[in-house]
Write a protein that binds this ligand. Sequence first.
Ligand code: ZN
Length: 172
Amino acid sequence: MAGPINEFTQVTKFIPETFGEPGMRTFRINVDSESSTANIWLEKEQLAELSMAMLQLAKETPEAKEDTVGPPTELEAASLTNLDFKAGRLAFGHNPETNMFIVDAHDPEDDSEEPTVRIWLTRKRLNHFAKNGLEIVASGRPICPLCEKPINPDGHYCVRRNGHAKVYPGEL
Ligand SMILES: [Zn+2]
């Protein structure tokens, strides 16, 4: 059967979290939906990429029609589904029918090719997650307004300036 193994359509919490000392940190997405939960562990780079992809797609999709069609709540995972896994593949997209955003996470230990869980997100929840995600990744470093990547104290070569010009925190 095609389709994700679990779907979270009634999300009440979707937040990035980090644990541990600087340099040794671990990262996860903490999700609650109806009576189910998931902890999806991921690499820092995955969190950074996901957060940036979210901000980008949120900009590119229309804000109108929000919530005119709800998420497919009939697909909601069985009550008390509690997932805890380290994400292999992560996919992210926009569903035009509902104007909601979708995160698919795949547990490499699952034999299925289908996502282990599909999470349905509103624009508000998505933006909130993405901003927190970038802050966590940057851990206090300022975010470059041009490329939305963290800037080190000694500056960074901004891809939006073709990687030539260095952008310094003091310039912002
Ligand atoms: Zn930049």
